[in-house]
Design a protein around this ligand. Structure first.
Ligand code: FES
Length: 175
């Protein structure tokens, strides 16, 4: 049997009984639970997705690169240098092998220098000073059908594992 509403004798206003207040709190808790479950469901249906930038790109034509220079053209977008040697091209992933900082190419000193703890690398990415334990990695480079360079930083080559001679680690010019 429903409890009769209690009213203030003077004003006739409804006075909340303890039971009514407890019931109200119970409904509040239930609605909060449903709300939280609903929010969790929506989040489940629309998860936060990380959009990674593509790892592959066309890097122009070999003739775009000057012999014996390091090009920083793709550093901002792909964090890679392209190095042009007289007989070919290769690309270095600009990640210091000490703790992952981004080294800089110092053309005047002919070396890469890491600003974090001072590791130095030769033009081919081989470490020679500072705490870096190994050379920087080369990434895949090849010629696409249209004659442009095709780079893919998802494929890397490590010198200390004997991978710098593998196909894709160096684009050699023939003839
Ligand atoms: Fe490059 Fe430490 S991260 S020297």
């Amino acid at each position: 049997m429903p409890a009769e509403a209690i009213r203030d004798e003077g004003s006739g206003e409804h006075i909340w009984s303890r039971r009514e207040l407890l019931s109200l709190a119970g409904w509040g808790a239930i609605l909060t639970c449903f709300g939280a479950a609903g929010a969790a469901f929506v989040r489940f249906m629309f998860p936060r997705v990380l959009f990674e930038p593509p790892t592959k790109w066309k890097a122009g034509f070999p003739t775009d690169y000057t012999v014996n220079t390091v090009s920083s053209r793709w550093m901002k977008d792909y964090r890679c240098w392209i190095v042009r040697w007289p007989d070919g091209l290769f690309s270095i992933l600009a990640v210091c092998t000490h703790l992952g900082c981004t080294p800089r190419w110092l053309a005047g000193e002919d070396k890469f220098k890491c600003p974090c703890h001072g590791s130095g690398y030769h033009m081919d990415g081989t470490n020679f000073e500072g705490p870096a334990p190994r050379p920087m990695e080369h990434i895949f480079i090849a010629l696409a059908d249209d004659g442009q360079l095709l780079c893919d930083k998802a494929i890397t080559f490590r010198k200390e594992l004997g991978q710098w001679g593998k196909p894709g680690s160096f684009l050699k010019f023939h003839g």
